[in-house]
Each structure stands twice: as structure tokens, then as C-alpha cells.
Write a protein that binds this ligand. Structure first.
Ligand code: ADP
Ligand code: TRP
Length: 318
């Protein structure tokens, strides 16, 4: 692994079946950065973040494994990027504690996730409240320059930047200020109902869907828009084909929603089929994920520990 390149870091929580919103909004950009080779990438399974949502050991293990296979089937190569699990690097939670001590409650109360929980009268856990500090630690431990994510994560990156500045002001120059990397066209991939595609809204197209599932899901896309063009079908179609390519198809089939959905099924299946095949191939060897995480954890720990030592010295506990 080369270490003189700028650092890129990103992560996903293993909280459910990965969907095409995760792929187009986040994972695809990570694969493109790997191809270009401009950065050294650290790609994480954010299992300690997921623990706020998944509180069953078997589910946590299965979802973690599924996410690693998803990264790999999507094209991330563990020989080129460091693929690791957050909980394998204790420095993340250690640094999150230090950040807690320099962060105020009113500041964290501005977080969208906290405000949503309050608005819905939920009892927000301390883990959810502190979520942005653990994420700041994830990012800042590696001197990360770039964080590719979907639009919903923008505020978290701002929190990480603010936290780096606050630490640097308090204890001396220690952390690099990270920048988010968000691709505007895919910042919010819509789901079957036109809302943001999300595990929590039950409106997703899973990334490794079978042909039959794709057919059923596409046929269930909500199309009561009243216009000539089924907007929700078009919005998903646009991920797979250029607007120019779609123009003739949608003009030819004006008002014919069924034909347009059938065309989308073909295009989705053509995109998903090779990913599905690769996923099942990788999944057939139970050692694959274990080996990748072992090696990735080792590399991530080595790098994180160097930074953590610098932080301990800066705050005076070393
Ligand atoms: P979900 O909303 O389904 O729970 P996550 O919060 O686990 O998804 O998101 C994992 C990554 O995928 C994040 O970088 C997030 O920004 C991105 N992402 C998730 N859903 C979408 C979407 N509909 N459009 C664009 N990016 C998305
Ligand atoms: N909070 C992110 C999400 O819900 C996941 C995540 C955790 C992350 N740590 C990260 C993303 C660090 C980018 C960088 O999708």
C-alpha cells in the first residue's frame, strides 16, 4: 500500500441489505477513486455506529459479512484499498471519548439525527447523540483529505471539520481538515415511492436482487404522477442510461408505463447480473471475508495508532 498519497476514507453501517442507492450514492465513487489511483483509500464497515440500530450478535455478524462482500462485489480490491471493520481499531472509540470532552451538548443537539429523534418523541440513546463524534474520530484518525458520501452525510463531515479545528485550537495543530465529496446527480437516489431510497423506508432495490425480484420491484414503482412520463421510473432509469439514450425510448412510449417499466427491468438486470454473480462467487468461500478483515484491520490499526500516540501526547496522557 502506498502511503504518500492523500487519504480518502468512507464507511457504511451494516444495518440492512445494501441497495442501489448505496451503490450509486457512495460505493461507485469509491471504486472510481480506486481506478484513478489518486488517493490511498480506507473503507470501513461502521459496526460500532450500527450497534445503535442492530442489537443482536448473529444479525451484526451476518450484516457485516454482507457489507464486506458488497464492497468487493462492487469492485473494491482489498489489495488496493484498506478494507476494515471499525471495531477492529480501538483508537476510534478512544479518540471519540477525547472529542466528547471538547464538544458541548448544545452543539451536538444541532445534529439532524438527534433533532429527528426528538421531533418524533423518541428516547435518543447516548450512542445516537454521540454518533457524530465517533464519525469525526473515524475520519480524523487517518489525516483524511476526502470523504465520499451521499448528501445525507454532509452535516457529519462538517462536525468532523469543526471538531478538528476545536482540537487544533485547544491542543495545537494535530488534525487535517477533511472535505466531503458528494456527486450532485446521485446525491439523493430516489426509491420505489419517489422518496429517498433508504433501508428505513422499505422502498429499495437491493443491489443483488434476483431477476424475479427486480421484476416485482419495478412493477411496484409508484406511477400515479398523472404526466406522460412516469417520473419515478425515469429517475431510476437515469442511473443506468444517459438522458440522451432515454429520450427516444421515453418519447416512443409516451404514456405507456408498462413498456417503460419492462425496459427498466432489462437495464437493471443487465447492471445487477454481473454484480450478483460476483457476490455469490465471493460468498462461496467463507474465509474470504475473514482474511480481508484481518489484513485490513492490521493496516488500519498501524496507521491509526501512530496518530493516536500523537493525540495522547498533545492532551498530556502519554
Ligand atoms: P440507508 O439510508 O439505506 O440506511 P445508509 O445510511 O446506510 O443508507 O447509507 C450508506 C451510504 O450510502 C451513505 O454514504 C449514504 O449517503 C449513501 N446513500 C444511502 N442512500 C442513498 C440514496 N438514496 N441516495 C444517495 N446516497 C445514498
Ligand atoms: N454515518 C455514515 C452513514 O450513516 C457511515 C459512516 C460512519 C461514515 N463513519 C464514517 C461515512 C466515516 C464516512 C466516513 O452512512
Amino acid at each position: 500500500m502506498e502511503t504518500d498519497k492523500p487519504i480518502l476514507l468512507s464507511g457504511i453501517k451494516p444495518t440492512g441489505v445494501p441497495h442501489i442507492g448505496n451503490y450509486f450514492g457512495a460505493i461507485k465513487q469509491l471504486v472510481e477513486f480506486q481506478t484513478v489511483g489518486s488517493h490511498q483509500s480506507y473503507i470501513m464497515v461502521a459496526d460500532y455506529h450500527a450497534l445503535n440500530f442492530v442489537q443482536n450478535a448473529g444479525d451484526m455478524r451476518d450484516l457485516t459479512r454482507e457489507l464486506v462482500l458488497t464492497y468487493m462485489a462492487s469492485g473494491l480490491n482489498p489489495e488496493k484499498v484498506v478494507l476494515f471493520k471499525q471495531s477492529d481499531v480501538p483508537a476510534h472509540t478512544e479518540l471519540a471519548w477525547i472529542f466528547d470532552t471538547i464538544t458541548t451538548m448544545p452543539y451536538l443537539m444541532r445534529a439532524h439525527a438527534f433533532k429527528d429523534g426528538e421531533a418524533k418523541n423518541k428516547e435518543v440513546s447516548v450512542g445516537t447523540f454521540n454518533y457524530p463524534m465517533l464519525m469525526a474520530a473515524d475520519i480524523l484518525l487517518y489525516n483524511t483529505a476526502k470523504v465520499p458520501v451521499g448528501h445525507d452525510q454532509k452535516q457529519h463531515i462538517e462536525f468532523a471539520r469543526d471538531t478538528a479545528e476545536k482540537f487544533n485550537r485547544t491542543f495545537g495543530e494535530t488534525f487535517t481538515l477533511p472535505e466531503e465529496f458528494i456527486v450532485p446527480e446521485v446525491a439523493v437516489v430516489p426509491g420505489l415511492d419517489g422518496q429517498k431510497m433508504s433501508k428505513s423506508y422499505n422502498n429499495t432495490i437491493p443491489l443483488f436482487s434476483s431477476r424475479t425480484d427486480i421484476e416485482e420491484l419495478v412493477m411496484s414503482i409508484v406511477t400515479d404522477s398523472g404526466s406522460d412520463r412516469p417520473e419515478n421510473v425515469y429517475a431510476i432509469h437515469k442511473l443506468l442510461k444517459t438522458e440522451h439514450e432515454l429520450e427516444s425510448l421515453y418519447t416512443e412510449h409516451t404514456g405507456k408505463y408498462k413498456a417503460l417499466k419492462e425496459a427498466l427491468i432489462e437495464d437493471l438486470d443487465a447492471f445487477i447480473a454481473p454484480l450478483r454473480e460476483r457476490y455469490h462467487e465471493l460468498a462461496s468461500d467463507p474465509r474470504t471475508v475473514l482474511d480481508v478483515l484481518e489484513k485490513g484491520g492490521q493496516l488500519a490499526r498501524e496507521r491509526a495508532n501512530v496518530k493516536m500516540e500523537e493525540v495522547r501526547r498533545a492532551v498530556g496522557v502519554s
